[in-house]
Design a binder for this molecule. Structure first.
Ligand code: SF4
Ligand code: SF4
Length: 501
């Protein structure tokens, strides 16, 4: 329903000298913004429907379009910004919770941007990554803390199952349902080609993708959607989702319009009905309960699959991680408050949780203090923007990083933050067949592979500059980091010195 109180947020600007009325924009827009007016014999636009996904701008053959932020204004009021007023109007019209998607866009600090990386000079020279081997392979899972030998002096390998990654980057959980079949195919094939992993999220695994099982992490969330023995056994690892950075403390929500035939079959739920996964797992109210689920999953998969426990970054995340490390989990995944999602209540997304940088530093510190750091690997996600964020996260103590928003950007997402509408014009966060086919999985796979290759080269260059030739030597090496513009408390939590010290 159009709310007459809410003015258009964006304005569609069409250059009449360039527009040839080809109607491409009309066909490309799933929101019905563009229309050909037969009487006027020209294209017209309803800017109130525009979500600023930029599909029309990119597809217009004559570059006749641009989308601008509307300069329509209310009286200046720093206490009541326009967006806040519009949200009140929207809730007054609908009586509902404000829904949104993708990550938290608020102005909270991004600590990765306030951390600088060291470089070697003279006595500890840099390493040339083009001429010297630079090891980016990492193994995730519990490690032995001491070398053991048998009576013949041979090394005893008691390592539990590990995940081997050629580079410390994985594609984070995105469910089939929240994203399209073609997006999933692109992620699965890219993970296979790169020697890394993608993650099913809580939506089950489409049978077409069982062939990518050795590069697949399957998720077990509170709704248990699509979980069965074959699903678990097909995967390389199993992730128990206890929490998610975009919406800590609440469950998942897939709007009914995204539950197509195939999604309903894969998730084992009815078609067209909202899929709500509960906030808690109804069998987990303590670390002991969590341990039971971890060992049930290990038992079901003959102790051959590492088990990941994913939690949202919240105030007491270090204590939670300590419990998880003692619960038998092989890997802890921590998701920061900027993490993306297909649908979340706006207030939760923008106000709950803490930044991943602070959570990671505290978790690594706590696990080290308690002497259990090698019991688990730590993977972090929640707005990893670039290769330098990966380097900084590893130096703060991570073993690897999950990326999702960067991955969907590689697939063509323009961050319009309207995934929950199911009308993604780029064929990513939609199940509408006419939209899904806009994403070519061959092209998507190639772009994901390019992105991860590019980041890996940059990681190697940065490590070389530091005089470090392996991810292992970088992990937890906070001496390589300095803060800039951070106060004493922030520096203490991050466990780094200020630039110049
Ligand atoms: S796509 Fe471009 S040229 Fe074609 S009708 Fe739209 S604005 Fe005009
Ligand atoms: S995935 Fe699609 S709907 Fe979601 S933010 Fe990106 S472009 Fe918009």
């Amino acid at each position: 329903m159009k709310d007459i109180f809410i003015p258009a947020e964006y304005e569609v600007v069409r250059n009449p000298d360039l527009c040839i009325a080809c109607r491409v924009c009309e066909r490309q827009c799933s929101n019905g913004v563009h229309e050909y007016d037969k009487d006027l014999k020209k294209m017209i636009a309803d800017s109130t429907k525009c979500v600023n996904c930029h599909r029309c701008v990119c597809m217009c053959p004559t570059h006749a379009l641009k989308i601008v932020k509307s300069d329509d204004t209310y009286k200046i009021n720093y206490n009541w910004p326009v967006q806040t007023m519009n949200e009140v109007f929207r809730q007054a019209a609908t009586g509902g919770v404000l829904l949104s998607s993708m990550g938290n866009p608020t102005e909270n600090p991004i600590y990765f941007n306030k951390i600088l990386v060291n470089a070697s000079q003279v006595t500890n020279p840099p390493i040339d990554p083009l001429r010297e081997p630079m090891e980016t392979t990492v193994y995730l899972g519990k490690k032995d803390v001491e070398i053991k030998r048998d009576a013949r002096g041979m090394l005893v390998d008691n390592l539990p199952p590990q995940l081997k990654l050629t580079t410390p980057i994985m594609f984070s959980a995105m469910s089939y349902g929240s994203i399209s079949y073609n997006a999933h195919e692109a992620l699965a094939r890219a993970a296979e080609e790169l020697g890394i992993y993608y993650n099913t999220g809580e939506g089950g695994l489409h049978t077409d993708f069982y062939k990518y099982g050795k590069n697949t992490i399957v998720q077990v969330a509170s709704g248990r959607f699509g979980v069965h023995e074959q699903y678990l056994k097909t995967a390389a690892a199993i992730e128990i989702k206890m929490g998610q950075g975009a919406k800590p403390g609440i469950g998942g929500h897939l709007p009914g319009m995204k539950i197509s035939d195939d999604v309903s079959k894969t998730r084992m739920i009815p078609k067209g009905v909202d899929a709500i996964s509960p906030a808690p797992h109804h069998d987990i109210y303590s670390i002991e309960d969590l341990r039971q689920l971890i060992y049930s999953l290990k038992e079901a998969t003959d102790y051959k699959k590492p088990v990941i426990v994913k939690v949202a970054a919240v105030h007491n995340v270090a204590a939670i991680a300590s419990g998880i490390a003692r619960s038998g989990a092989d890997i802890i995944a921590i998701d920061g408050f900027r993490g993306g999602t297909g649908a979340a209540p706006t207030r939760i997304r923008d106000n709950v949780g803490i930044p991943i940088e602070l959570a990671l530093a505290q978790v690594d510190e706590r696990l080290r203090q308690e002497g259990i750091r090698e019991n688990v690997s730590v993977v972090v996600g929640g707005s990893i923007h670039s290769s330098s964020d990966v380097v900084k996260a590893i130096a703060l103590g991570a073993d690897a990083c999950y990326i999702a928003t960067a991955a969907v950007l590689a697939l063509g997402c323009h961050l319009c933050r309207s995934c929950h509408s199911g009308k993604c014009n780029w064929g990513i966060a939609t199940q509408r067949p006419d939209l899904v086919k806009r994403l070519n999985p061959d092209v998507g796979k190639e772009r994901l592979v390019n992105l991860v290759h590019a980041w890996t080269h940059e990681i190697q260059e940065m490590m070389g500059g530091m005089g470090i030739n392996s991810i292992e030597a970088l992990r937890g090496n906070r001496l390589m980091l300095r803060g800039i513009g951070l106060n004493e408390t922030e520096l203490r939590i991050l466990g780094i010195k200020h630039a110049g010290e």
